[in-house]
Design a protein around this ligand. Structure first.
Ligand code: ZN
Ligand code: ZN
Length: 345
């Protein structure tokens, strides 16, 4: 089969012919229809420090956001059958540890990640454990199926706590930021501010709902504008997706008293914060959010997708073939795009 293959621990990706994976008794084989490029794939393409820090597999097939049809199931697989259309949950839980046994499989002590620690989805076929196969309705279009995984991260963060009637700031207008705008909008945020430094992304993000206020933090005093527009009290909800120090500091500064902030964007270095004024005196609630709750976030994401109240296709701006994986990754890296999709079969 054809696959986007990371052959060594240096920058680049190549298209190679490799054997179709052989499944074990608890796995399913999926013929990939569409996949999507994520920030993780950019790290793996670059092969930066992050890859060594997370002990990424090498050599391997990259990619973890995908949708496809199940073509073979292992002998112990019960919930998934041949012919099912599935999306992939990226976190592979061990099923045995204290987190797995208390309903927090997504932060398993022994977690492995598809496309980081096991061969990924930028290939004609991928094998995944039964637990990672999320059945989609047959009417789901494959490109929408391929973005369930990142969409459900936005769902996890935005719906972590109260949101209806509350002013909401989304920092970082990448694809998950755009999904977060859509979810906050449909869930009833009173005002939505979206902050980024990329005009292309801000222009796309304001199309995710009505009266979305886009703020370019390179051009405007974000803290001042949001304070003014919230009657001086600050935002009640902040969703931080930029992973930048400046974005995170802005997030804490615009957060009003008794507000909540969800930290989702990953930082490449430590961040210094004024905890006294930003957290203690405000009695702020901070949530760390990683991945999707298994499977609370998936049920919510599915319900929202099926409701017809959300149009995630607006976030998809570019499509490439598997042969063009490098071009697709570089497009995502450059940033003048929404979600970038790979058409595989
Ligand atoms: Zn991802
Ligand atoms: Zn576990």
């Amino acid at each position: 089969m054809k696959a986007a293959y990371k052959a060594n621990r240096e920058k680049g990706i190549e298209i190679r012919d490799i054997p179709v994976p052989k499944i074990s008794s608890n796995e399913v084989l999926v013929k990939v229809k569409k996949a999507a490029i994520c920030g993780t794939d950019i790290h793996l393409y670059e092969w930066n420090d992050w890859c060594e820090n997370v002990n990424a597999k090498n050599p391997m097939v990259i990619g973890h956001e995908f949708c496809g049809e199940v073509v073979e199931v292992g002998k112990n697989v019960r919930s998934i059958k041949e012919g099912y259309l599935v999306a992939g949950e990226t976190h592979i839980p061990c099923g045995q540890c204290n987190m797995c046994k208390t309903g927090k499989q997504h932060i398993c002590q022994n977690m492995k990640i598809i496309g980081v620690h096991t061969d990924g989805a930028f290939a004609e076929y991928i094998k995944i454990p039964e637990v990672c196969a999320w059945q989609l309705s047959k009417s789901t279009s494959p490109e929408v199926g391929a973005i369930y995984e990142p969409f459900a991260i936005a769902v996890h963060g935005v719906l972590k706590d109260k949101i209806a009637g509350l002013s909401t700031v989304i920092i970082g207008a990448g694809p998950i930021g755009m999904f977060a705008v859509e979810v906050a909008n449909v869930a009833g945020s009173s005002q939505i501010f979206v902050v980024d430094i990329n005009e292309y992304r801000l222009n796309l993000a304001i199309k995710m709902g009505k009266n979305i206020i886009a703020l370019n933090s390179n051009k405007e005093d974000v803290v001042k504008v949001i304070r003014e527009k919230t009657g001086g009290i600050g935002a009640e909800v902040v969703i931080e997706l930029s992973g930048s120090t400046a974005g995170t500091k802005n997030g804490f500064e615009v957060l009003g008293k008794s507000g909540r902030i969800c930290l989702i964007g990953l930082h490449s270095k430590e961040v210094t914060l004024d905890l006294v004024n930003n957290v203690i005196y405000k009695e702020s609630t901070i949530y760390g959010i990683t991945g999707r709750e298994m499977f609370d976030s998936w049920y919510l994401a599915d319900n929202l997708m099926q409701s017809g109240k959300i149009d995630v296709k607006k976030v998809i701006t570019h499509e490439f073939s598997l042969d063009e994986t490098e071009k697709a990754i570089l497009t995502a890296k450059e940033g003048n795009c929404g979600k970038v999709i790979l058409n595989i079969s």
